[in-house]
Design a protein around this ligand. Sequence first.
Ligand code: FAD
Length: 449
Amino acid sequence: MYDIIIIGGGPGGYVAAERAGARGQKVLLIEKEYLGGTCLNWGCIPTKTLLNSAKTYAHALHGERFGVHAKEVTLNWTEAQAWKGEVIGKLRGGITFLMKKFGVEVVSGTAELVDKNTVKVADKSYQGKNLIIATGSSPAMPPIPGAKDNPKVVSSTGLLDLKEVPKSLVVIGGGVIGVEFASLFATLGSKVTVVEMMDEIIPFMDKEHAPQLRKALGNIEFQLGCKVEKLDGGTVHYTAKDGPKSVTGDVVLMAVGRSLNVKGLGLEALGVDFSPKGIVVNEYQQTNIPGVYAVGDVTGRSLLAHSASRMGEVAVSAITDAPEKRQRMRYSAIPWVLYSNPEAAGVGLTEDEAKKQGRNVVTATVPLRNVGRFLAENGPTAPGVTKVIVDKDTDRILGIQMYGAGVGEMIWGGAALIELELRVHEARELIFPHPTTGEAIRDALWELH
Ligand code: FAD
């Protein structure tokens, strides 16, 4: 009998396994494909590895400003893909090592729930006192006529494995995944068009920053407020505000969201409360069935790797800690990062969201070029700002939104300010290293009145 059986070896499942193993629990982790899940194998890591190749290429092409003259700069896609494979391989090996280190037993195969203490893999049954479901999500294919079985249409998984850089790419969906791929291939010279149904890309981004970022992304055509009606090979037909239009690509990326992996698991047999929007959980990641927990994308609460991992930790705390010590999942300070070129990031509320909540909002915005390191490394015309959103009545920091080179590495600091519920006068006392781009946050805090 295991203390905990975990289904799914993504960042939700394997981090839960690691934490539980470290606490001396007898843990079984079941994974049907590769340890690391979507994030490591078809998501966060491969996209960021290729985006880094693209950013390095762009730096080499535009180094003159910094006195660097490179001739005949080329990007070898096959080599970039090989590097992506190497990174994934090393990190997968790292997870295998951690599972061994913490005594986690790993079984390869598809798990099916039999009852709340029994899980079946092929013809073998495993018994556990607690279950953590961490089955994640998969690319969604909307019922757009002509999309299904169309050889020109790929999901994010298919796009990552392209054998060559396409001359033209149409991206359906202007969310994080769509914009990251648009940025990647536009940097590598593809003609890229993004068709998005909403009036703006990245719906949770600051309303002032989103159009500025679109401009900063450069060579990408954005068709906003456009509904895709049908596909015909690589031609995407859509309705724009001024009538029907179409655009053709060598490849069409379908990036309209993710379906949560709730089917075929046996959730119905257990009576677990779920819908296509996810498995319903409380703040301790408990489902309605005692001893059954769910974490990560499959809960539909926050489709990010770091959220999944935190949920895994919270579930393990619920299982192993005394009731008064149990940790809770909180959603108010989860940072997000868009790893395009340039990047964008945010945490907490946007100015609009804070105003909608009826807060007495005050903001300060600092251009990143005002700080020494950003100017030195990016030049005087490089786009980028930091905006701090504060509740004037309580002096509390409500949100930090930013875009520009390197902001993805800064945002965790903003998350700490919000999570620790610091007031502006307290945060101003923190000392930031100089010169760093992060000083823009400190400058913005001092600009507030
Ligand atoms: P997953 O990572 O999906 O893992 C679930 C695992 O469960 C899978 O390995 C699957 O094989 C396994 N499984 C499913 N059913 C069964 C079964 N019945 N039996 C056994 N095993 C099963 N997030 C970020 O935070 N940052 C990023 O930069 C980022 N980039 C992304 C880029 C792309 C292109 C995509 C698609 C996603 C990206 N994400 C990013 C999202 C991130 O990948 C997910 O939020 C994260 O992987 C969710 O973790 P999870 O553990 O819930 O599920």
